[in-house]
Unconditional design. Structure first.
Lengths: 332, 381, 354
């Protein structure tokens, strides 16, 4: 799975500019589902049709987009000002390298003369430098979008990369689709857009699909770093099953079913309560007349920085868990 | 779960017997004047709704008012078969005030409806309620307050509207809790000498400019699209009308017609203003992204090509905050590709906003072209 | 009126029924509403509705009366030895937590208390002001090993304050937001017994209002009502709220009728007329924006629904000692019944915004 993960995390795709990553995913899953469509907002939807009368209609969702930057102004010396797409962490920006849709690279610099040197700098006090010398020779335009640029690294069992949020979820979905042999259920693998700017893809995808339940696969924080948040989730202890986050109280029936299937599959699992974050599951839950929703979360350190870190065993465990879920009956 | 057949929403109107001859329509300043002067605070849009209905009835095939008060109109395509369904939306509501209580001295306590900065409220004239009772938002005199007090921003909770009622009972008789109030600004056309640039000044240019444009577009045509026009309610309090309008219409694509701030004033430290959002005099503003929406790239490219081919000025709005009806429409049902086109204006959400007539005329031309040239190829992937 | 409002409100206040976990509340509501209605159903997210069918010719128009049944509370995030850390479900007021009696719903229900550590155990910046939720602990009195068997991440924690009867038929209890409104719906259904109805009247106990109005919009989507009324609580006036007098309402003054963009002006007028006819006292609540109730989600379901907001004044909102005047619950229920009974097949045609 690692070559797939590497390909995905190193790809370009900030919110609203998911065309390239969508095509990459489409190529990876060609021939596997019964059909593939792209909906009006650009969500990629791959459906494995229902085999049994008692089967349920299940959505699995992972988002294609990564956090990024959009050019808001080019000044007279060719430096660009930017706005964020999604929850960009200013602490992780200065000196960072970014890449635009055409492959062009840039560097994030910081205003030296700022109003308050004691505060964490805001993004408005930073700029993009693509090596231009004037507005006229700057190749950027207002509206050009960039994501971080960083190659993946392996630290033993740990993978470090930008946009593991949520390319790791995308990888898990692809791998699950590949390994799925027999399922009584209709399964819609939704590779959603614009999650980072407000869960804008998953909700409309869920409206179109009208499913019985929806499960997002996304990252969550951990409490296992020095002076970390008080959270009982750690790297290496298996996928985390969401109980609650900022916008979602996970359906307890789905939570319990996931716990049960994890146990049956021999996959260690953790329970997750996340403060300060949400996922596609929240948007799916309120589609139409309501969709019972839950989430399988990949414990991740340094979320929304260019060096997010996951444990490969948690990733493999997530695939095993999803396969166990899909291959057995689902009764809510 | 019992299902039910839904009857089509009520009040569909039949087409008039004779269709007016179509001619190239231009934005109508006198129409804008009456729209700008009308009072229609979010949730209380009746006055503008009536004007819109009267203005568009002779030019559309169907019109109805939905449960929230949106005006939904349809202008069928010249050739109906497979005509793409486009939704254009402009909001009727403006920011303003709601009377919430009567103080013991006969003044009115109020709350702000929509985003109005507290900094523009003191010392302004307002009109209260359906009878448009004149009132003023007073301020304690500078002579009495020490210099320290003078520097403190007054919160709306401390302000009162004075309509001249002598006591609480009299105030209750004149203005009921729940009534709305607006700035009292009269619309004006500003000219700068012979052939000079013309500007428009008034309250609620956001979004009476959009409403006037949409009325103008309905007066024009016919177009090769099934044109759905939504004059929406409650945009300023959460894009509420657009959400249900988008659901009802189910368009293939949508364009929001709005107004966007031109913050193109000089930086007091002499630095470059890098957060101007849009600029006066640079043409209609096409949105790539705001806080609620990332526009569909194909629609943005379509509008840019049209403008360039027709040598119309245009500008790209700086990505960042704000939102338009497009944000709500995009999220209806299984998703709708959207874009917004706005007229740039200074001092929006204040007693007197300022726009340039040329920007308005050019945005109207761009939208007219967008309707005249639209076909299914625009959204091909 | 055969419903003993006091007993019913106490019965409704008792189960936890926290947002997302409403089953215990649903059970109590089901036993109250089943005998008063023709059909009942719980939807996918757990919203419970019960319908009194009208006698008009089908397809009959539908009135939705929505009161959220979920309550705010706490959830265990982790164990720390003998203690539990908790996070909020809904808008918890941390000021009332230290010393508060609670129940931890673990493998069994565990009586416990919320405690604030003494200042010397807190970081300097957090010593002077109200202790934030993240620094509070829950103590069951059990040793660590026994606690580990009984309490786990994700367990719910609800207030354990029993109801207190005050003078003047006022009741102090937890979760009157919004079980008082659910009780009003029961009073309404009771009052409609034996009265002819033209419309179908749906009593709807929605879920997850406190965490984002999640049951309201989804159930309105499914039910597709022609009209909807959200019944919730509003701020009761008392000394602590004197500076907000224009936004608070006296206990015993009857329900507050909402007015503003989230309310259909024609519906407001109809309710005002109804209250006058039935001689039910009421107040008017200016709501310039978001009403803070299920009505905000219901109004924009599908192609839009005319909505009304009725609110019952409650003091000390979002604490375990919310106070309500039982009379106001009965009046709200009666007003709803009067309105429902007055609906005929001409009402929608006559309903205007102006």
């Amino acid at each position: 799975m690692k070559p797939l993960i590497k390909k995905l995390v190193e790809s370009y795709g900030p919110s609203g500019s998911e065309d390239q990553i969508r095509e990459l995913v489409r190529d990876e899953i060609r021939g596997l589902p019964d059909y593939i469509t792209v909906d009006p907002l650009g969500n990629l939807i791959a459906v494995v049709k229902k085999k049994a009368k008692s089967g349920k209609k299940v959505i699995l969702s992972a988002h294609l987009d990564e956090i990024g930057f959009v050019v808001s102004h080019i000044d007279e010396r060719g430096f660009a000002r930017m706005q964020p797409f999604g929850g960009v962490n200013p602490l992780a920006c200065v000196g960072g390298r970014v890449r635009f849709a055409d492959g062009r690279l840039g560097v994030i610099g910081l205003d030296a003369r700022r109003d308050d040197l004691g505060k964490i700098p805001a993004l408005s006090e930073m700029y993009l430098d693509v090596g231009a010398t004037s507005r006229a020779d700057c190749p950027l335009k207002v509206g050009d979008a960039a994501g971080f640029w960083r190659p993946m690294a392996e630290l033993g069992e740990r993978l470090v990369a930008k946009s593991l949020d949520d390319r790791i979820g995308v990888a898990i979905l692809i791998e699950t689709l590949r390994a799925l042999k027999r399922t009584p259920h209709e399964v819609a693998f939704v590779f959603s857009v614009q999650e980072e700017v407000g869960l804008r893809g998953a909700g409309v995808a869920a409206f179109g699909l009208d499913a019985d339940l929806g499960i997002a696969v996304d990252v969550t924080r951990t409490g296992d770093t020095p002076n970390g948040v008080k959270m009982d989730v750690s790297l290496g202890r298996g996928p985390a099953i969401k109980v609650r986050d900022t916008n979602l109280v996970a359906d307890p029936r789905i939570k319990n079913l996931l716990l049960q299937r994890a146990s049956e599959a021999g996959v260690p699992a953790q329970l997750e309560i996340l403060e300060g974050g949400s996922t596609d599951a929240s948007a799916m839950q309120i589609a139409r007349g309501g969709v019972p929703a839950g989430c399988v979360s990949i414990p991740t350190r340094n979320i929304h920085t260019p060096s997010e870190m996951v444990d490969y065993r948690d990733v493999q465990g997530s695939v095993k868990l999803l396969l166990e879920l899909l291959q057995k009956p689902i009764e809510l | 779960m019992p299902t039910r057949a839904r009857p089509r929403a009520r009040q569909a109107k039949a087409a008039p017997a004779v269709r007016p001859v179509s001619k190239p329509a231009r934005p109508d300043v006198e129409l804008l004047r009456v729209l700008s002067n009308a009072a229609a605070v979010s949730g209380d849009e009746g006055a503008v709704r009536r004007m819109v209905l009267e203005a568009i009835r002779p030019h559309v095939d169907e019109v109805k008012v939905d449960a929230l008060g949106n005006v939904l109109a349809v202008k069928r395509a010249a050739r109906r078969r497979a005509a793409p369904r486009l939704l254009l939306a402009a909001h009727m509501d403006e920011v303003g005030f709601m009377i919430v209580d009567h103080d013991t001295d006969g003044s009115l306590r109020f709350e702000v409806v929509g985003g109005v900065s507290e900094r523009v409220l003191l010392g302004k004239a307002v009109l209260v309620g359906p009878r448009r009772l004149p009132g003023v938002i007073g301020a304690a005199p500078v002579h009495l307050l020490g210099s320290e007090r003078l520097e403190m921003v007054v919160r709306p909770g401390q302000m009162r509207i004075d309509i001249g009622a002598g006591n609480q009972d009299a105030a209750r008789r004149q203005a009921a809790v729940g009534e709305r109030a607006t700035f009292a600004t009269e619309f004006a056309v500003l000219e700068a000498g012979e052939g000079g640039a013309m500007a428009l000044r008034g309250k609620a240019l956001d979004d009476r400019l959009g409403c006037a444009s949409l009325i103008g577009l309905l007066r024009g045509g016919p177009y090769p699209v099934e044109l759905h026009a939504a004059f929406t309610v409650q945009e300023e309090v959460g894009l509420r009308g657009a959400r249900v309008a988008g659901y009802a219409v189910e368009p293939q694509a949508a364009i929001a017609l709005d107004c966007t701030p031109a913050n193109d004033l000089p930086d007091s430290r002499g630095r470059e203003n890098t957060q101007y959002n849009a600029r006066l005099g640079q043409g209609p503003v096409i949105y790539l992204a705001d806080a609620r929406t990332i526009s569909d790239r194909r629609l943005v490219d379509y509008l840019r090509r049209l403008a360039e081919d027709a040598h119309l000025p245009y500008q790209i709005r700086q990505p960042g905050g704000g939102g338009t009806d497009a944000g709500a429409i995009q999220q209806t049902r299984a998703g709708v590709p959207v874009v917004s086109v706005s007229v740039p204006a200074r001092y929006l959400h204040s007693p007197a906003a300022l726009a340039r007539t040329a920007d308005w005329e050019n945005s109207f031309r761009l939208l007219t072209l967008a309707l005249e040239r639209y076909d299914a190829r625009v959204l091909k992937r | 009126m055969t419903v003993d409002v006091l007993a019913h409100v106490k019965a409704l206040s008792s189960p936890p029924g926290l947002s997302g976990y409403e089953e215990p509340a649903r059970t109590v509501i089901r036993s109250a509403w089943e005998p008063l209605t023709d059909e009942q159903h719980a939807d996918r997210l757990g919203t419970y509705w019960a319908v009194r069918r009208g006698q008009g010719a089908p397809p009959r128009p539908r009135l939705m009366l929505a009161a959220h049944m979920d309550a705010i509370g706490l959830m265990v995030t982790r164990r720390e030895g003998e203690f539990l850390r908790v996070a909020n479900i809904g808008g918890i007021d941390p000021r009332v937590l230290p010393g508060q009696l609670v129940t931890v719903h673990g493998r069994q229900d565990l009586p416990a208390v919320v405690v604030a550590p003494p200042p010397f155990l807190l970081p300097k910046a957090k010593r002077d002001n109200v202790t934030p939720l993240a620094e509070l602990l829950v103590d069951t009195g059990l040793p660590a090993e026994r606690l580990a068997q009984l309490a786990h991440t994700g367990d719910l924690v609800s207030f354990a304050q029993p109801p207190v009867e005050l003078l003047n038929e006022q009741l102090a209890a937890k979760s009157l937001d919004n079980r008082a409104s659910v009780a009003a719906l029961t009073v309404c259904l009771e009052a409609l017994q034996g009265r002819p109805l033209v419309w179908d009247v749906y009593a709807v106990a929605t879920v997850q209002e406190e965490v984002g109005l999640r049951g309201a919009g989804t159930s309105a989507y499914s039910l597709q009502p022609d009209l909807a009324v959200a019944v919730d609580v509003t701020y009761g006036s008392d000394a602590a709220t004197r500076e907000f007098a224009h936004r608070t309402f006296p206990l015993g003054g009857g329900p507050a009728l909402g007015l503003g963009p989230n309310i259909h002006a024609g519906l407001f007028a109809a309710f005002k007329a109804c209250a006058a006819r039935a001689e039910i006292p009421y107040t008017i609540e200016a709501m310039p924006g978001h009403s803070g109730t299920d009505a905000f989600a219901i109004q924009v379901a599908r192609a839009g629904i005319p909505t009304m907001v009725l609110s019952i004044p409650v003091r000390n909102m979002h604490t375990p000692v919310e106070v309500v005047a039982l009379k106001d619950i009965a009046r709200t229920g009666r007003l709803l019944a009067e309105f429902a009974a007055s609906l005929d097949d001409q009402f929608m045609a006559g309903l205007t915004l102006d």
